[in-house]
Design a protein around this ligand. Structure first.
Ligand code: HEM
Length: 815
């Protein structure tokens, strides 16, 4: 199973395989002694080199021969470096070369499970267990795999940072427990299981090196921890499988593995299998069927993060062949040919079993080499799969190498071993990798957390440690073209005529509002009342604004907490904005009193002495919700742009107090500059990044063209708003900031001319933005989602403004 490695770090791919272009030299004389690897140190032999960089060291041996001797302290071990010879060892020599000392350690702890047994005992046990992995069981297992993953992924939250390896461990254990055993483990038992495993493995490795088995009984820390881990694992398994509840469950569902074992008789004794036998098989399955899968799933997610184009193809294939939400069937899985190539490539590049062993019981010939009796033989599936003779660019992730049958059935591809010990769970594992990955990827878009990428850690398996991702909700992919908005989004009908000009409204393809929008609106109403922003009696009028609809249009991909955040921020801003319809809108001192504490809160100022604590308290909470787990750059930008936005309220109040609005002294350019920030479009462009789960690339943010695009976006939204709110603002007694009014007064043009000018300006801004997007998207493809998001924002503002009650003249509301 594993070789002494002492939890070694082999820092990723670089050092693994020195280039080799020809097969290893094959001695012409039969029965040659395998060459001894150079560089053995006195006393230690090659142990230091192996411990320092296990895969690098093992990979380097292939140059010396198909079998190479190494020294580990006093022992000599033969490393089999050639895939054909490994195959011979596992198949032709299986009888003479059973598993060795490492397995024996586990045997003393767990009895004769499938993984620990040999000979007739192994054959008998395998015959009993095999039906549990038969093709007729697969449809049932697929349903459980799908359900377990859906449940787990359904508990994750948008914006949550996931320790991927840990989550995948829990997921894989739950899948095995529920599908094979029909049992459920408590979260505590799951944690205990995962905590105990490393002590078990370490103990197993160390004890296999003891010169005499009696050493395992010495009160050494490593032995004590090993014994404690064995106790924990036994308890966990007993709880799930052998306990009264476990037995009852397994009796109810007659086709579980324990039921199969309990119904069987031991051919050797003719007696029923004991509960100890059932326990030892359960531990075998938990041990062999969880870490291998969870490690592979973690690598799979890591490779997809590194290769977004591969992820896109996988998602497209899933969409085509696997109806979302439906339980996958074996037939549907068989159609996922590209996804299979991807999982195969992951399993090739990251074959979990870094060290496996056999022991020659009698002298054997392995290819041209004579192996004396008692020799321990070691092989690494990970190193074999990175052999440059067998695989072009072995360290590159290239799913296409498996397409069109290329490479399938290669003798050098042995992720599940070969021969009588070949993985019994192979079909189960392939299905699990696909079903779990599909359920996760369809619901969530994992975004790499900076500095938390996967590191290769060689332990019993080659683990992907340290990978952290932030979860962003996934919605159906939109196909944004250079020519215009997303092509897959259905058009939402807009009112046929513009409410004030009488002309046809510009058709804007509006994104679909999320299904949970209504629920988000209800949660927002509760939130606003709870924070004292609205009295219950004010709710009906407020709800008629349909602010959640605006969010639904402008942020079609927002879900869960992100959706709530957006609706709450917009609602809060609307309540604040409405305050300025009253005295603070005309009295700068009152405006400052209202706004200054809000600005200070962005700098963490928590002074409570403000005239309107309700707005402030809600704002503090909102700022915290917006900025938690965001980058320092995001927080700095968002704080700066919120400051600019909030500062427009006192500035507008000053202009009203001085009478410089809309015509007296304040021109169109000044009005636009002032209002660009007042519309809160900039803060919402920042929240776009939060919803996506990552900042737009820094290089994109540094582009002057992006600044222009953002300004145009804010201006376009402001002007659209001005068009639709014109009629209402014309009837207001307070001087309104409205571009149509400003144009009429500054330029002396008629109302309809001013409206036409504003409409033309909106069209020009949109046109210019499309050109900017094309250019920026070409140079910063990784930021296309952000560029597209700005388009959706403007489209969403238009779709909503044209339908919301908010801009109806007072007498028309509620009609
Ligand atoms: C990506 C996932 C997996 C990989 C790469 C993998 C790999 C392997 C390999 C290489 C062996 C042979 C070990 C040897 O020759 O000494 C093996 C054996 C075994 N595997 Fe898996 N495995 C995986 C998943 C599973 C699953 C899901 C289960 C069960 C639910 C499982 C159960 C077993 C058992 C019981 C054996 C021992 C078979 C025997 O000796 O007859 N494995 N596995």
């Amino acid at each position: 199973m594993a070789l002494p490695t002492n939890a070694l770090l082999a820092e990723t791919r670089k050092r693994i395989v020195p280039p080799r272009t020809t097969p290893p030299p094959v001695p012409t004389v039969r029965a040659a002694v395998p060459p001894l690897a150079p560089g053995a140190l006195p006393g230690l032999g090659h142990a230091a080199a192996l411990l320092r960089d296990p895969l690098g060291f093992l990979g380097s041996l292939a140059r010396l021969g198909g079998v190479v001797r190494i020294r580990l302290g006093p022992r000599t071990v033969c490393v089999v470096t050639d895939a054909r010879l490994v195959h011979t060892l596992l198949v032709a020599l299986a009888h003479d070369c059973p598993r060795g000392a490492v397995q024996d350690t586990l045997k003393t702890a767990f009895g004769d499970g499938l993984l620990m047994s040999e000979g007739q005992a192994h054959r008998d046990r395998r015959r009993i267990i095999q039906p549990a992995f038969g093709p007729d069981r697969m449809a049932g297992y697929l349903a459980v795999m799908h359900q377990v993953t859906e449940e787990r992924a359904g508990r994750w939250r948008s914006g949550q940072v996931l320790d991927v390896a840990k989550e995948m461990n829990h997921l894989a254990l739950e899948i095995v427990t529920r599908s094979l055993f029909g049992a459920r483990l408590s979260e505590d038992a799951t944690l205990a299981f995962h905590r105990a495993l490393p002590d078990l493995v370490k103990g197993q490795i160390v004890q296999s090196l003891y010169p005499h088995p009696a050493f395992a009984r010495l009160p050494l820390p490593v032995n004590r921890r090993f014994d404690a881990a064995v106790r924990v694992l036994n308890q966990v398994v007993d709880q799930a499988v052998n306990g009264r509840a476990g037995k009852a469950r397994s009796a109810q569902r007659g086709n579980t593995l324990p039921a199969l074992l309990r119904a069987a008789t031991d051919p050797a004794t003719g007696r029923a299998l004991t509960e100890a036998d059932v326990r030892s098989e359960a531990i075998t399955m938990f041990g062999a069927g969880t870490e291998t899968v969870s490690t592979t799933l973690t690598w799979l997610l890591d490779e997809l993060l590194r290769h977004p184009e591969v992820e896109a193809r996988v998602l497209a294939e899933l969409d085509e062949h696997l109806p979302a939400g439906a339980t996958p069937t074996p037939e549907a899985l068989s159609r996922l040919t590209y996804t299979r190539s991807v999982t195969q490539e992951v399993v090739r590049l990251h074959a979990p079993n870094a060290f496996l062993m056999r022991t020659a019981q009698v002298p054997v010939d392995l290819g041209p080499y004579r192996i004396p009796a008692g020799t321990e033989l070691l092989y690494s599936l990970t190193a074999l799969h990175r052999d440059p003779v067998r695989y072009d660019e072995p360290l590159s992730f290239r799913p296409e190498r498996w397409q069109d049958g290329g490479g399938l059935g290669r003798p050098s591809f042995l992720p599940f071993g070969a021969g009588k010990h070949k993985c019994i769970g192979e079909a189960f594992a392939w299905a699990e990798l696909t079903v779990a990955a599909a359920a996760i990827l369809r619901r969530w878009r994992p975004v790499a957390v900076p500095g938390a990428r996967a590191r290769e850690v060689v332990w019993t398996t080659v683990q992907a440690q340290g990978l952290k991702v932030r979860l962003a909700p996934r919605t159906p992919t939109t196909v944004a073209t250079d020519e215009g908005p997303a092509a897959t989004e259905p058009d939402r009908p807009l009112p046929a005529r513009c409410p004030f000009t009488g002309t046809a409204a510009t058709p804007v393809p509006a994104p679909r509002p999320p299904a949970e929008l209504r629920a988000a609106a209800d949660r927002h109403a509760d939130w606003a009342v709870r924070h004292g922003l609205l009295a219950p009696a004010e709710l009906p009028g407020y709800q008629a604004y349909g602010l959640h609809e605006l969010i639904g249009h402008a942020f079609p991909r927002a879900r869960g907490t992100e959706l709530d955040l957006l609706v709450d921020v917009l609602g809060w801003f609307t309540v604040l904005d409405d305050r300025f319809d009253g005295p603070p809108g005309r009295r700068p001192a009152e405006a400052h009193a209202l706004v200054d504490p809000l600005i200070s809160a962005l700098d963490g100022d928590a002074r409570p002495d403000t005239p309107d604590d309700r707005l402030l308290t809600a704002w503090r909470e909102l700022w915290h919700r917006q900025s938690e787990s965001t980058s320092a750059a995001w927080r700095a930008r968002a704080a700066r742009e919120w400051r600019a936005c909030l500062a427009t309220f006192p500035a507008e109040a000053e202009h009203r107090a001085r009478g410089t609005v809309p015509a007296l002294g304040l021109g169109l350019t000044d009005t636009m500059r002032l209002r660009r920030h007042g519309s809160c479009l900039y803060p919402f462009m920042n929240i776009l990044e939060r919803v996506h789960g990552a900042d737009a690339p820094a290089a994109l943010h540094a582009e002057p063209a992006l600044h222009r695009l953002r300004a145009n976006t804010a201006d376009a939204a402001t002007l659209i708003n001005d068009l639709y709110s014109l009629e209402r603002e014309e009837r207001q007694s307070a001087a309104a900031f409205n571009t149509v009014l400003t144009l009429q007064r500054v330029r002396g043009c008629t109302r309809s001319r001013a409206v036409r000018a504003v409409r033309a300006r909106v069209a020009r801004l949109r046109q210019e933005n499309e050109e900017l997007r094309r250019d920026l998207g070409r140079r910063h493809p990784a930021g296309r989602w952000y560029l597209d998001g700005t388009r959706e924002l403007v489209a969403g503002v238009q779709a909503w403004t044209s339908t919301s009650d908010r801009y109806l003249v007072p007498g028309e509301r509620g009609r």
